[in-house]
Unconditional design. Structure first.
Lengths: 114, 111
């Protein structure tokens, strides 16, 4: 067990709605990355937060936004949900920007958009 | 989004057999990593490789960082039932810290 916790584990939304996903990072980790994993695919990088600032973003539109709090926990917000947003959303924490590539993942939040 | 070319897509093997999977990219990576994902879980790091040509073992697992820095392979020797799962390769550029992932190799052990 990595110590990274995500909530909720499952949720169902309808098109156009908004969703907030939450992540508590492993103790001592100051970097949180968010990934989207579609069924049967590898994870796709959404963005990374380091010491409360966004530090890199993948090819995702602005309706995907995030926050990191002083205790290094994080939120992922998605506005105007689309059917293609249905996926497993993974949060990963790491030390100092994950320069080694070693990420500690939570179990994910499975989002279904109807 | 960008993904690595990982093969095979799935493997059906007998317990005790050796397993081999690989990953290729059109880009040069600074780091290659292999993760395993079990159902309902997030990926877990198995092996990290930081130098071209590097060969690293973790128990029955062995992985190599290709000399061209555009490929990597993972071998599992004498497979056991708990090896079942999806194995992902991931590459990391020197210039930023995001990981680029393959689509995964699903390992199934025949009864």
């Amino acid at each position: 067990e990595t110590g990274v916790t995500q909530s909720p584990t499952h949720l169902i939304k309808t098109r156009g709605q908004q969703v907030t996903l939450r992540c508590s990072s492993q103790s001592g980790h100051n970097t949180v990355s968010w990934y989207q994993q579609a069924l049967g695919q590898g994870p796709q990088f959404i963005f990374q937060y380091y010491r409360e600032e966004e530090n890199g973003r993948g090819n995702f539109p602005p309706r995907f936004s995030g926050l990191q709090f002083p205790n290094y926990s994080s939120e992922l917000n998605v506005n105007a949900l689309e059917l293609d947003d249905s996926a497993l959303y993974l949060c990963a924490s790491s030390l100092e920007l994950a320069g080694t590539g070693e990420l500690f993942f939570g179990e994910g939040s499975r989002l279904t958009v109807l | 989004g960008q993904q690595l070319n990982q093969s095979p897509q799935s493997m059906f093997i007998q317990e005790g057999e050796d397993v081999s999977m690989n990953c290729t990219s059109s880009s040069i990576f600074n780091t290659w990593l292999w993760y395993k994902q079990d159902p309902g879980e997030g990926p877990v790091l198995l092996i990290a490789l930081y130098k071209a040509g590097e060969l690293t073992s973790n128990g029955r697992l062995t992985a190599q960082f290709g000399i061209t820095r555009k490929d990597s392979f993972l071998n599992i020797s004498a497979s056991i039932p708990s090896d079942v799962g999806i194995y992902f390769c991931a590459g990391q550029f020197a210039s930023n810290y995001q990981l680029i992932w393959g689509a995964g190799t699903k390992l199934i052990i025949k009864p």
